[in-house]
Design a protein around this ligand. Structure first.
Ligand code: ASP
Length: 589
C-alpha cells in the first residue's frame, strides 16, 4: 500500500495510529538530530519527523530528499510540541519508521507554494507543476464542483444534456471561426462551433423541450485576460417560454450555484433596460457595487460661453466622493488616461468641491462659483468631492464616462471582490448600425427575435425604423462582468429571412448557410429561447478574480499558444498533402 491516509486528514484524535502517507516533498528542514519533511498532496500537508537516534540511515536518507520527490512514509502519529494553528494537520506529526522514495525530481523551475516566484510563461510551460500549487488546485476543484451543481440544478428542472457536434459549418456570431480541413472532402472545411446555437434550436424543433450542455466553444479572436480561443459555456435552450420564464429559471440556477458552492444567498436580481444601463452607467454591463452614476449636465453647463460644451451633444459628469485632495499631477494623470486611444476622450474637466464651500475648476474662466454650485447640486456633490466632466457626441461620451467611472471605482477601491451584485440587462436593440461598413450587425446574434410589439415594424418599416427595434435579448451581469447572454428566438421562416436580409445576406447566402434551420422552422417549430453562461468567467467572478486562465487546467497564452505541448505547430508535408492543402508548384507565388 502506498498510503493509508491522505496528507490532509490526520488530527489529534489519530495520535498513536500507525499510518502510511504518500505525497510530494514540499520542503525538508535539517536540524542535525532531527529532520522535518513537509509532505504534500491535494488534500493538505503533513509534517514527517526523522530522528537520528531512532534510525540513523533513515534520517540520512530524509536529509537528502529534494523538493518534489515522491515518497511513501510509514510511521506513528504523535502530538506535536510545537503546533501549527494555520494548518489543519498542525496538531500532529508522523514519527517515520520506514520510507520508500517512489520517484526523484529535478529542482522545479519555480516554487510550488501558495505564492510562487514563477513568471507566467514558465508556469504555462511547466503547467503540471503550477497545477500542483494550492491556489490553482482550489480553482480547478471549484470548477468541478460548479459543473456538478449546474448539472444537479438543471436536472431538477427537467433539462436534458445533449452533445452537439464540434465539426460543423460556420455560425456567424461575430467572431472568426477556427477551420478544420476535411481529408475525405478535399478543398472543403469544417468549422469549430462558436456556440451550439443552431443545434440547440433544432433540438427545440425536435421536441426536447429543455436542453443543456456544458460545452467547449471556439472563437478565433484576439486574446485578453478574460478570453481564451476555446472556452466553456453552460448552454441552454427552452421551448414554450417567455423571456420572464427564462430569466426566472437562470436566476434560479445562479442562486443555486452561489448557495451550494460559496454559501452565499443572492437577493432577487433587478432588471434594468439597456437604455437605462447606458444612461446611468455608460455601459451595458454595469458594475452596481458602487454608485457614482452618470449625470447629464447639459442644462447647467451649456450656454455659458464655453465652446467645447456648447457645441457638444452631451455634457456628462460623475461625482467622486471625497476625492477633492487629488493633486495636480493625479488630475493630469486622469486626463492622460481618458485621452488614451482605448478611451478616446479629447479632454477632462474637473471641479473640486472644497471643504470651505468654494469651487476650483479647470474651467474657472467660463464658470462662476454659482454656476459650479449648480453642477454640484445636480450631481449631489458635497464639500470634499471631486466632479469629473466629459463632453462630446452622446453615445461615445457616455461610453467614455462609463470607463472613467470604472477606473475611479478601481482607484477608490469601491469594488469589493467578496460582494456580489447581479442584475439582468434587458431590452437590447435588435440591430446595431455600423457607420463604417454601412450595414446592420445583430446585437446578439441573427436568431434573436424582435419584441412582439416590434415584429410588424420589422417586417414593414423603413431603414430608420430598423434602428429602433428592440429585441427579447438579455444579459446576466455580475459585478460588471457579462456572465451570460441569451434571447427569445425567431421561430418563423419569414421573420428569419427578413432578419438575414437586414443583416446583408442575399437570399442565396441565407439559404446556403441556414437553409436547414429555416427549413426546420417549416415543420412545427415551437416558440423557444435560451441563454449561455460563460462558465470560465463565472468561476472567476465567483472567486473575485479577473483572469479566467486560472480556472482552466490547460489554458493558452496571449498568442493563443499552449506552451506546454507547444501548439500550434507545423505538420508534415504528407499530412498537408493528404488534406489537399499542399500548394502545387504552379500555385506558389
Ligand atoms: N449562443 C449564444 C452565445 O454564445 C447564447 C444564446 O443566445 O443562447 O452567446
Amino acid at each position: 500500500m502506498y498510503r493509508t491516509h491522505n496528507c490532509g486528514e490526520l488530527r489529534i484524535a489519530d495520535v498513536g495510529k500507525e499510518v502510511t502517507l504518500g505525497g510530494w516533498v514540499q520542503v525538508s528542514r535539517d536540524f542535525g538530530a532531527l529532520t522535518f519533511v513537509d509532505l504534500r498532496d491535494r488534500y493538505g500537508i503533513t509534517q514527517l519527523v526523522f530522528d537520528i537516534e531512532d534510525d540513523a540511515d533513515l534520517a540520512e536518507r530524509a536529509r537528502k530528499l529534494g523538493r518534489e520527490f515522491v515518497v511513501s512514509a510509514k510511521g506513528l502519529v504523535r502530538e506535536r510540541t510545537n503546533k501549527n494553528p494555520n494548518r489543519d494537520t498542525g496538531d500532529i506529526e508522523i514519527e517515520v519508521k520506514e520510507m520508500t522514495i517512489l520517484n526523484s525530481s529535478k529542482v522545479p523551475p519555480f516554487t510550488i507554494e501558495e505564492e510562487t516566484d514563477g513568471g507566467d510563461d514558465l508556469r504555462m510551460k511547466y503547467r503540471y507543476l503550477d497545477l500542483r500549487r494550492g491556489p490553482v488546485q482550489r480553482n480547478i476543484i471549484f470548477r468541478s464542483k460548479l459543473a456538478l451543481e449546474t448539472r444537479k440544478y438543471l436536472d431538477s428542472q427537467s433539462f436534458v444534456e445533449v452533445e452537439t457536434p464540434f465539426l460543423i459549418k460556420s455560425t456567424p456570431e461575430g467572431a472568426r471561426d477556427f477551420v478544420v480541413p476535411s481529408r475525405m472532402n478535399p478543398g472543403q472545411f469544417y468549422a469549430l462551433p462558436q456556440s451550439p446555437q443552431t443545434f440547440k434550436q433544432i433540438l427545440m424543433v425536435a421536441g426536447y423541450d429543455r436542453y443543456f450542455q456544458i460545452v467547449k466553444c471556439f472563437r478565433d479572436e484576439d486574446l485578453r485576460a478574460d478570453r481564451q480561443p476555446e472556452f466553456t459555456q453552460i448552454d441552454c435552450e427552452m421551448a414554450f417560454v417567455t423571456q420572464e420564464e427564462v430569466l426566472a429559471t437562470f436566476e434560479g440556477l445562479t442562486k443555486h450555484l452561489f448557495h451550494h458552492t460559496l454559501g452565499v444567498e443572492l437577493p432577487d436580481f433587478p432588471h434594468m433596460t439597456y437604455d437605462e444601463a447606458m444612461k446611468r452607467y455608460g455601459i451595458d454591463k454595469p458594475d452596481v457595487r458602487f454608485g457614482m452614476e452618470l449625470t447629464d449636465l447639459n442644462e447647467v453647463a451649456q450656454n455659458k460661453g464655453f465652446k467645447v460644451f456648447d457645441s457638444a451633444e452631451l455634457v456628462v459628469g460623475i461625482c467622486a466622493k471625497g476625492q477633492v485632495g487629488l493633486t495636480r499631477k493625479q488630475l493630469d494623470g486622469l486626463t492622460d488616461w481618458v485621452k488614451r486611444p482605448q478611451i478616446g476622450a479629447k479632454g477632462l474637466v474637473y471641479v473640486k468641491c472644497n471643504e470651505d464651500g468654494s469651487f476650483k475648476s479647470s474651467v474657472d474662466k467660463f464658470y462662476s462659483q454659482e454656476d459650479l454650485a449648480a453642477w454640484a447640486e445636480v450631481l449631489g456633490a458635497e464639500p470634499g468631492d471631486l466632479l469629473l466632466v466629459l463632453s462630446g457626441e452622446e453615445e461615445k461620451t457616455r461610453k467614455q464616462m462609463g470607463e472613467l467611472r470604472l477606473e475611479m471605482g478601481r482607484r477608490m477601491d469601491l469594488m469589493d471582490p467578496a460582494e456580489f451584485k447581479p442584475l439582468w440587462v434587458v431590452d437590447f436593440p435588435l440591430l446595431e448600425w455600423d457607420e463604417e461598413s454601412e450595414r446592420f450587425h445583430a446585437m446578439h446574434h441573427p436568431f434573436t427575435s424582435p419584441k412582439k410589439a416590434d415584429m410588424e415594424r420589422m417586417l414593414n418599416g423603413d431603414h430608420e425604423t430598423m434602428k429602433s427595434l428592440r429585441a427579447d435579448a438579455y444579459d446576466l451581469v455580475i459585478n460588471g462582468v457579462e456572465i451570460g447572454g441569451g434571447s427569445i428566438r425567431i421561430h418563423d421562416r419569414q421573420l428569419q429571412e427578413k432578419n438575414f436580409k437586414l443583416l446583408g445576406f442575399t437570399d442565396e447566402e441565407a439559404e446556403e448557410q441556414f437553409g436547414f434551420l429555416m427549413g426546420a422552422f417549416e415543420y412545427g417549430a415551437p416558440p423557444h429561447g435560451g441563454i449561455a453562461f460563460g462558465f470560465d468567467r463565472l468561476c472567476a467572478v465567483m472567486n473575485g478574480q479577473n483572469s479566467i486562465r486560472d480556472f482552466i487546467a490547460f489554458p493558452k497564452n496571449n498568442q493563443g499558444r499552449d506552451m506546454m505541448i507547444d501548439a500550434p505547430a507545423s505538420v508534415s508535408t504528407e499530412q498537408l498533402d493528404e488534406l489537399g492543402l499542399m500548394m502545387k508548384p504552379e500555385e506558389k507565388s
